[in-house]
Design a protein around this ligand. Structure first.
Ligand code: NI
Ligand code: MN
Length: 227
C-alpha cells in the first residue's frame, strides 16, 4: 500500500485495488501539487470535518467517480443533498468496508460548513483509524492535544498523520506529546505551512520524534510512503 501526501491534510491511500482519499482539499490548496483532474479514480473519500480545507473538493470528486463518502452523520446528511453516496458513521464506531476497516476517533475541534456568512453545524469533527492489509494508519484530522490519544497506543499504529501547525490545531510541541501517547511506527506531520498562520518547522518536530526512538518523515506534497 502507498500513502501519498497531497499537502495540508490531504492523503491518498492506494491499496492496488482501491483508492481512498482523506480530506481532499485539492484545487484551492496552495500546497497541493496536482488538481482534481489529475487524481486517479477515487473509490472512497474520508472527511474528518466540514471545514473547507478538509471537505474541499469532496462533492466534485464523488460526483465524478461515484465515490462513497465516509464521514460523521451530520456532515453526511448535509452533503448527500448533492446526490452523492455517503456512509455515515460516528465517533467510536468501526465498520469494515471492502478495502479494510475504518474507526472514527475523537478530535478536539469544530465542524461546520459555510452557507453564505453563516456556519452550519456539521457534526463532531473526527480522526480516522484505518486498517488495510494488516497495516494501521491514523489520520488525526484537526485536533488539539487530548489525553484520549493514549487509547490509540494499544492499536499498534504503523503510520500516523498528525497536525503540527498550531493556531487551529496542535503545535509541534503538543504533537510531540501526542506521539509519546500514540507511539506509532512512523509519524508524518501535516496541517502546517499552508498559510502563514499555521507556520511550523517540521525539522524540529522530526528531531524531537527521533529522540523518542521513533521514525518521522516530513513528506513534501507529492511524496509518498510505501507500507
Ligand atoms: Ni478545521
Ligand atoms: Mn483545518
Amino acid at each position: 500500500m502507498k500513502a501519498l501526501y497531497l499537502g495540508h491534510a490531504a492523503v491518498l491511500l492506494q491499496t492496488g485495488e482501491r483508492n481512498i482519499l482523506i480530506d481532499p482539499f485539492i484545487n484551492e490548496n496552495p500546497s497541493c501539487p496536482i488538481k482534481v483532474q489529475d487524481l486517479p479514480k477515487i473509490h472512497y473519500i474520508l472527511v474528518t470535518h466540514g471545514h473547507g480545507d478538509h471537505l474541499g473538493d469532496t462533492v466534485e470528486i464523488a460526483k465524478r467517480d461515484s465515490s462513497t463518502v465516509i464521514t460523521n452523520f451530520e456532515l453526511s446528511s448535509l452533503i448527500s443533498r448533492h446526490g452523492i453516496s455517503t456512509h455515515p458513521m460516528h465517533i467510536g464506531g468501526r465498520y469494515t468496508f471492502e478495502f479494510g476497516s475504518v474507526k472514527l476517533t475523537p478530535a478536539l475541534h469544530g465542524s461546520s460548513i459555510s452557507e453564505g456568512d453563516t456556519p452550519v453545524y456539521a457534526g463532531n469533527p473526527c480522526g480516522f483509524l484505518i486498517e488495510i492489509h494488516d497495516k494501521k494508519i491514523y489520520h488525526a484530522g484537526d485536533t488539539g492535544l487530548t489525553k484520549d490519544m493514549e487509547l490509540l497506543r494499544r492499536e499498534n499504529i504503523d503510520l500516523a498523520f498528525l497536525p503540527i501547525g498550531g493556531n487551529f490545531v496542535m503545535d509541534l510541541w503538543d504533537a510531540v506529546e501526542a506521539v509519546k501517547m500514540i507511539y506509532p511506527e512512523i509519524v508524518v506531520p501535516i496541517h502546517y505551512n499552508t498559510w502563514e498562520v499555521i507556520k511550523s518547522d517540521p525539522t524540529i518536530f522530526q528531531k524531537e520524534v527521533e529522540k523518542l526512538g521513533l521514525k518521522c518523515r516530513a513528506l513534501k506534497p507529492g511524496e509518498s510512503i510505501e507500507l
